[in-house]
Design a protein around this ligand. Structure first.
Ligand code: 9MR
Length: 766
């Protein structure tokens, strides 16, 4: 893979130098004059003032002033071609020794000129040019798509597990707000570009240390660890390294480069990406058995030994730095196999390599979770440290293409669904990282925000383009909530509902500061629970996927009073006055986060729940939309049973963004017994539920209908007639009470004899 065109683009605002040559056809009055147009770029918003002139012979010239931040530069375009209502022209830029072309095409559209610019293979951008200067950024509003409140800082949340870092060439060209954000949330920094050979060592006798020195100074001032990137790479490495010299000369150049650069920052950098991206892309069963090295200038000049040499020189230059091999896509397929072959050889040869960097440029909806987990374990088994060195997960959909390619449209905003899907993927990734925290040293995001990213327009990071935290941030830090014990001295507010319920244990409704956004229903006196008797767990999603258990509180409270702990999505108004921002949409991942939390509480001897929870007995349960949330998490192996209330999977995907996007295929997620509690034929979900029932053949399933309609009986005193049925099921499934099975099993079951209920069972073999 080459990043050259992109590299050029990132340099747009910095470079200068153009040639001029025009070519033109006939003229069009409507195109001439000044047009204003704005493009997003990694260096911020660029405002183009295009001037189009067409002479009597139909020859056109186009030039522009381009404003980006406080700089203004002039551009004269070449290869101008003009038609009646369309025009195209090219901007030529120098980047290092290379020349790049950005192609612009404009088409008149009423009073506007629809402009597309493209960077060859690297993708393109669309924007509308107007006659008037836009007053404000046209595409991104300052308001986030959804307001995300952060209750802990990511670097602190993971401080006992691994470092959380970011990449960027700070501090120059970053705003004060961005610098503050970087220092506040990240504990480590990787220079995104300024230590690359081309930047720092453009000619054999020329070094540019200005940016790298500034970065080191800034990072030290903010007590961030620094991770050098990168010493030996096939890209962004000037040709002088390889020209006019035999292999010994080239070896000496490599040595001198590493000695000077790594030596300059000796003792100040925690690690170095010594060799970057040495393995070829793709591969097959044959190449998987080999190192499959990329045919780079380094390989051509020095052979496969170039890697060992680079590591040796780096160790000599900075003995304390942790030395990494860094690459992308090495977690999967033949490239992973090749990476193992290569690393074993390096270790055998005595190359002083300490770790592997899995870059982590992924796309939401396609993150290879299993491969990643296996790769971490594989590398750790070689005795190597592992870091995720360049993490970014683009959103799916139009702007989610892996590396741009005309999809990187800055004017495609992220939708809430995109952001939530991304948040789930990030949470899954971090739960893998956390599980392997002994192997993982650092997780570094490749950029600061969706403005400061090489994958701009694809919304890949934790902060949006205006520095607002995104749902991904909240979902990641939520994973660490269980690390904080809910101690007896730290008790939040509680309320009593319906005198604590009718069960043997008087219940309360409460919250925990360590489990934000959830309501807990549980017996008030936890002393009754311990080794003899533990509390099974019930995870609850609400009707309408609402952010409150208000509608279901009588029902949930009643269940808790029979010796269960219920973790319900959302907040209870009676506990506290809420402002509207607490009414956000909910996500089934909250149920999984709550399960992680209660398991961690059970294991934490400072917690009031210490050894009082039966973490092996868990019900996923929910009503209507919440029932779909329960189905959505049912493939989690920790879930014992699923209870779907007044719900069923829709025959086709729901158009409602807030609903879990399930298909009938998701019914395969059930792996334990399932109960549907429905409201009879007048329940709007009845047909969906009955259809689910007919399809499920792989697990025991019970369908219980009481003709009360979609609303169920939750609001009735003590949750009405649904409560004893739900309790019988939970007692049977989670507490192993065989007596309770009589409610459901056999021709003479309690529900079969109850004229109000209609019961059907399937796949139950006694
Ligand atoms: O994010 C970097 C971008 O600004 C540069 O233009 C580009 C070329 O030097 O490199 C990008 O970072 C790359 C990193 O150095 C190595 N792995 C892939 C990264 C994304 O392209």
């Amino acid at each position: 893979m080459s990043f050259k065109t992109l590299a050029f683009f990132c340099c747009l605002a910095l470079c200068a130098g153009f040639t001029l040559a025009q070519e033109s056809k006939q003229s069009s009055e409507g195109l001439t004059g000044t047009w204003y147009c704005q493009f997003e770029s990694p260096v911020g918003l660029q405002t183009y003032h295009f001037h189009i002139a067409i002479d009597g012979a139909g020859d056109a010239t186009v030039n522009a002033e381009v404003k980006a931040r406080d700089e203004v530069r002039k551009v004269e375009f070449v290869d101008v071609k003009v038609g009646e209502d369309a025009i195209s022209f090219v901007e030529v830029r120098q980047f290092g020794e290379r020349e790049f072309r950005i192609e612009y095409s404009g088409k008149l559209n009423g009073k506007e000129l629809a402009v597309t610019r493209s960077f060859g293979e690297r993708g393109g951008q669309d924007a509308l040019a107007t006659r008037d200067l836009p007053q404000s950024p046209p595409q991104e509003s300052l308001q986030p798509v959804v307001e995300v409140k952060i209750d802990r800082i990511i670097k602190d949340a993971f401080k006992d597990a691994f470092l959380i870092g970011m990449a960027g060439d700070l501090p120059s060209h970053y705003s004060d707000e961005e610098l503050k954000l970087a220092a506040e949330h990240f504990a480590a920094i990787t220079p995104e570009n300024c230590m690359k050979p081309e930047r720092v060592h453009p000619a054999e006798d020329r070094w540019n240390f200005e940016s790298s020195d500034a970065l080191v100074e800034w990072a030290q001032m903010h007590k961030m660890t620094i991770h050098g990137h990168t010493l030996v790479w096939h890209a962004q490495t000037p040709n002088w390294f390889f020209e006019g010299g035999d292999s010994e000369t080239i070896k000496q150049r490599m040595k001198q480069h590493i000695e000077t650069l790594a030596g300059r920052y000796k003792g100040q950098l925690q690690s170095w990406d010594v060799v970057n991206e040495a393995i070829s892309d793709g591969g097959n069963a044959e190449t998987a058995k080999t190192e499959n090295l990329r045919n780079s200038n380094w390989l051509q000049a020095l052979g496969p030994e170039f890697l060992t040499l680079a590591f040796k020189y780096a160790r000599e230059a900075d003995p304390d730095a942790v030395l990494y091999y860094n690459d992308y896509n090495i977690e999967s397929g033949p490239k992973h196999a090749s990476s193992m072959v290569l690393l074993k050889r390096l270790l055998d040869e005595g190359a002083p390599i300490d770790g592997v960097g899995i870059q982590g440029h992924w796309r939401s909806g396609r993150v290879p979770f299993d491969d990643i987990e296996k790769a971490i374990a594989d590398y750790a088994s070689l005795g190597l440290k592992v870091s995720i060195t360049e993490l970014d997960v683009t959103i799916r959909g139009e702007s989610g293409g892996q590396f741009g390619r005309r999809q990187s449209r800055s004017n495609t905003p992220a939708s809430l669904d995109d952001l939530n899907a991304q948040a789930e993927d990030y949470a899954k990734l971090f739960s893998i990282f956390k599980k392997h925290e002994d192997a993982i040293e650092r997780v570094t995001f490749w950029g600061l925000s969706d403005r400061r990213t090489w994958r701009w327009g694809q919304h890949p990071l934790l902060f949006d383009a205006n520095n607002n935290p995104k749902p991904a941030y909240a979902s990641i830090v939520a994973l660490t909530r269980g690390d904080e014990a809910e101690s007896a001295t730290n008790q939040p507010k509680k309320v009593e509902i319906e005198d604590g319920g009718q069960g043997p244990y008087s219940a309360i409704v409460t919250e925990s500061p360590t489990l934000s956004g959830m309501t807990i229903y549980r017996p008030e006196d936890l002393n009754a629970f311990g080794t003899e008797q533990r509390l099974p767990v019930l995870l609850w999603g609400n009707g309408a996927c609402a952010n409150t258990t208000e509608e279901h509180k009588n029902f949930l409270n009643e269940i808790a009073s029979h010796g269960y702990i219920v973790l319900g999505i959302g907040l209870l108004d009676q506990l506290q006055q809420r402002d509207e921002s607490s009414r956000q949409r909910t996500n089934s991942s909250q149920l999984i986060a709550a399960l992680d939390w209660i398991i961690a509480q059970d294991a934490n001897d400072n917690s009031i729940y210490f050894e009082k929870i039966d973490t092996t007995k868990v019900a996923a349960m929910g009503m209507s939309c919440g029932g779909l949330q329960a189905i959505e998490i049912s493939d989690d192996p920790r879930i014992t049973t699923t209870v779907v209330c007044n719900s069923g999977v829709l025959p086709s995907r729901s158009p409602m963004a807030s609903m879990p996007d399930l298909t009938k295929d998701d019914l395969k997620k059930f792996h334990g017994p399932v109960l549907y509690i429905m409201g009879g034929p007048s329940d709007i979900a009845y047909n969906n539920a009955m259809d689910d029932f007919s399809r499920v053949d792989h697990v025991p399933i019970v369908m219980a209908n009481l003709d009360v309609g979609h609303g169920g009986t939750y609001r009735r005193p003590h949750g009405g007639k649904y409560s004893p049925v739900a309790l019988a099921w939970l007692d049977w499934q989670l507490k192993g009470k065989q007596d309770a099975a009589k409610t459901f099993l056999g021709e003479n079951s309690q529900l079969a004899n109850d004229y109000e209920w209609k019961i059907e069972t399937k796949n139950i073999h006694q």
